[in-house]
Design a protein. Structure first.
Length: 460
């Protein structure tokens, strides 16, 4: 998907709904809303000279991002936020209130991101699929939506102080009632006040299947400067008019009404509510995990047990919100049991080692063992409310992801020591102390004998 401007888009520029248009919806009187929300002259973009770029000889090569297979992140179900109208004056910000999404309207579930799967198997595109709680339809206005969008925010340099509150690029696919079709745009941010549109595509298709519960969000890596490591956050948003279908209304005749003019429903009335759902920040490429152990390395004698400490370490350097462990069964019957855990769902501290008891029964194979431990990892952030521009409202958007990974616990099983080895080990541990005690005893006893002998000679 290169840069492309269709005839429809030459005079109309679509803006990212997540960061710009929400505030417009609330502030602007709806009679002039159509002219200001979705339309902006872009003749300056069309006539602008091409950007000058250094020659390939002058450009230093950037490190390539490693290829990785399909990854899956669970973002939670029905955990979106909702901005609802509680009054009739559309121009007053005081008449909107934030709360948890009630999921009573049809498209609430269509913006409920439950799982994100992603990969870069081809190395040039980050392909992501948003798995939703409801169906995606080609004409959302039939059920009263004014706008519906799916997109991704990109932190290309892992720096919260660059771009717009840490966001350097934004890819968004949006439908709105004025344009009447799906469109795609890519925006770059240099600061909260400055941005430029890199790409506009109208009549954007192929990113969803009618009446299915997923959308595709492709992101060309060269469009975001091909960073070796970066972060992405996926989002979905719907804006409703005053008259919109609730989820319990009959929507089975959608296909019929999508080809007919709606009579009792319209997308051009006021704003009743906005529903937003976001993932947490996702590291690209996905981090690798390993265990920090106490002691290190772990060695256990066959026929004995030992208490060890495990702490999860991430290649990204960030700490998860919480973790839980579930060791797999070892083929040699080695037992691994979390000491402090009473149930399988107990969550361990991320700042302190979790205590486990390792037991190596008689007959356990000697040598190095590696046991997979299933680790459930919860990560989350508080999305910067300033990015979603709602003047007069402090929009708090907590986000959370759930990831499951197998991490190997490695330890050695040793043969029980022989009698000479046991004596040697005992003497290595306590020989010095015994020598000191013995020397003191011998010295004291020698003094006693010397005094005794001298006393006998004197008396004799």
């Amino acid at each position: 998907m290169g840069r492309y401007y269709s005839p429809k888009i030459v005079r109309v520029m679509l803006l990212p709904l997540l960061s710009i248009l929400i505030s417009c919806y609330i502030q602007i009187d709806h009679e002039v809303m159509d002219n200001r929300l979705y339309a902006q002259e872009v003749s300056n973009i069309a006539s602008a000279p091409p950007f000058l770029t250094p020659s390939s000889a002058e450009m230093s090569p950037s490190p390539e991002m490693p290829l990785f297979s399909r990854q899956e992140v669970n973002t939670g179900a029905r955990d979106g936020i909702q901005v609802s109208k509680i009054g009739s004056n559309l121009t007053s910000l005081d008449e909107y209130i934030q709360g948890s999404a009630d999921y009573t309207a049809f498209y609430d579930n269509s913006t409920d991101i439950q799982t994100v799967t992603y990969s870069n198997a081809k190395g040039e595109i980050l392909n992501a699929t948003l798995w939703l709680g409801g169906k995606v339809m080609s004409n959302p206005s039939i059920l009263g939506a004014k706008a519906i969008v799916y997109g991704v925010l990109v932190d290309s340099d892992n720096n919260k102080n660059t771009g717009k509150y840490g966001v350097d690029f934004q890819r968004e696919i949006q439908w709105n009632s004025t344009v009447g079709n799906w469109n795609s745009l890519l925006v770059e941010y240099s600061s909260p006040e400055h941005s430029r549109t890199l790409e506009l595509q109208s009549n954007f298709t192929g990113f969803f299947d009618e009446n299915q519960t997923h959308v595709l969000i492709p992101l060309e890596l060269d469009s975001i400067t091909s960073p070796a490591r970066f972060k992405v956050l996926y989002y979905a948003l719907v804006i409703y008019g005053d008259r919109h279908n609730r989820i319990d209304e009959d929507v089975n005749d959608y296909n019929y009404r999508s080809t007919s003019s709606p009579t009792n429903k319209t997308a051009d009335d006021g704003i009743s509510k906005i529903v937003v759902d976001l993932s947490s920040w996702i590291d690209i490429p996905p981090p690798t995990y390993s265990f920090l152990t106490t002691p290190s390395p772990i060695e256990i004698v066959r026929g004995e047990e030992k208490e060890v400490g495990l702490q999860l370490e991430s290649s990204s350097g960030s700490l998860p919100n919480s973790i839980s462990f579930l060791p797999e069964e070892d083929s040699s019957d080695i037992e691994i049991q979390e000491i402090s855990r009473e149930t399988d769902n107990t969550t361990s501290s991320v700042t302190q080692p979790a205590s486990f008891r390792l037991s190596a029964p008689e007959g356990t194979n000697l040598g190095l063992h590696s046991v997979p431990v299933l680790v459930n990892i919860s990560t989350g952030t508080l999305f910067p409310s300033e990015f979603i521009n709602l003047p007069g409202m402090n929009l708090s958007v907590p986000t959370e992801n759930f990831v499951t990974r197998f991490v190997n616990l490695t330890f050695s099983v040793l043969e029980p020591p022989s009698t000479p080895e046991m004596i040697k080990d005992f003497w290595s541990s306590y020989g010095t102390l015994i020598s000191l005690i013995a020397a003191g005893f011998v010295g004291g006893f020698s003094t006693y004998i010397f005094d005794f002998v001298r006393s006998r000679k004197k008396n004799g």
